[in-house]
Write a protein that binds this ligand. Sequence first.
Ligand SMILES: C[S@@+](CC[C@H](N)C(=O)[O-])C[C@H]1O[C@@H](n2cnc3c(N)ncnc32)[C@H](O)[C@@H]1O
Length: 451
Amino acid sequence: MSPKLVELEIIDLANEGKAVAHLDGKVCFLKGGLPGERVLAEITRRKPRYNEGVVREILKKSDQRIAAQCVHFNSCGGCTWQDLAYNSQLEFKRKHVVDCIERIGGLEEVRVGDIVPSKEVFYYRNKMEFSFHTGGTAGFTLGLHRRGHFDEIFDVEQCLLQSELSNRLITWFRKYATGENIPVYDVKEHVGYLRFLMIREGKNTGQTMVNIVTNYGDFPDEEKMIGALNAAIPEVTTVVHNQNGKKSNIAAGEIEKVLYGPGYIEETLSDFKFRIRANSFFQTNPRQAEVLYETAFDLLQPGNDDRLLDLYCGAGSIGILASRRVAEVAGVELVGEAVRAARENAALNDIENINFHEGDVKDFLNRTEVDNNIFNIICIDPPRAGLHPKALKRLALLKPEKILYISCNPATFARDAAALVEAGYCLPEVIPVDMFPHTTHVELTGIFYAR
Ligand SMILES: C[S@@+](CC[C@H](N)C(=O)[O-])C[C@H]1O[C@@H](n2cnc3c(N)ncnc32)[C@H](O)[C@@H]1O
């Protein structure tokens, strides 16, 4: 029996890109559909305060709906907004930032600047992880997750996120694995070998890393594979093999072997060099990362006498970029490997006024050297969860002159901003920056001044 459909008018886009309509006096969140559209929708879930559903047919199209350029748009779980004009994507992202600041933060006086568009809207990512998956007519697939199905991988032929080279590499590995009969890992049975193909590119250097993640065991006849790959795709500058025999399905390895080249690629951000290894964290849209950091520094206005504390520093990019503008920088990061990368990157750029500390931000802020108020400006770039309440409390007590906040989650930013305002800071300005076109994600940077 075909499901019952209801006719709805879409009035808005909510967080995570769901379309908003009204049904029976309640709000209804729909997958698919754009504001201004009339649609036929199937209601999939009825809750006391809201309904959920899926758009099955569009009766009247929005003038902001455009043809998606990717051949995989209907099956892929990424790039959900590719059928929305880029200007409208930007408008909705900025509106989300304003809504969070006003509704969650309760802050009405903050100037939210124009959103900074991404320099590139396609082929902007420097890192992609493609999964090998058993099944399908060829016996396995190599690609990305099917939309709404976390246990299905479809064969990627042409993804518009990384590069043409990345597409050629997927096709080549699919053919090589088939030709050599290399078994693919079965995520349910935990048998088989090939798990992930990770590709990392230096967008500004042209260097390319292939990282093959497998179950335990040496790569079969690795010299033959490297020879064939070099002949077919000579642009690859390094090949790394990571072994992960754990059940958790992540593309990080426990044992790493460099099969070809130096085992890392290099990238530049605003004329600073960065060395990126298979498992190091690095901003995924590097050209836009430069824009994000420049936008943040414009707000911060760092001076020669300033001492900057870079909290949640990752591989050190913010502190390294700021190092020539200030007297001293200290970075704090939980992940040891990221701290080692940060130190390596500082040395690579001959930076001597920077130190990195491994540890939890909330513990570091309790240390006496921090208490002695040697840092007059603090930069925070936390994960999506935002600041730990203890870190926030300590930060407010330390009372630096300025706090620069970079956030990938406007909701937790707004929550933390309200607490900082309560603790005696003012937040005059926030600037949203688009790092991930065609997705619903938005970054922002805001500046707090001690009152
Ligand atoms: C959004 S990333 C920022 C990375 C860096 N600022 C950059 O732009 O490349 C957040 C970082 O915070 C680190 N992190 C998460 N929780 C932490 C904690 N409690 N203390 C210190 N660092 C933490 C993560 O490992 C990650 O590197």
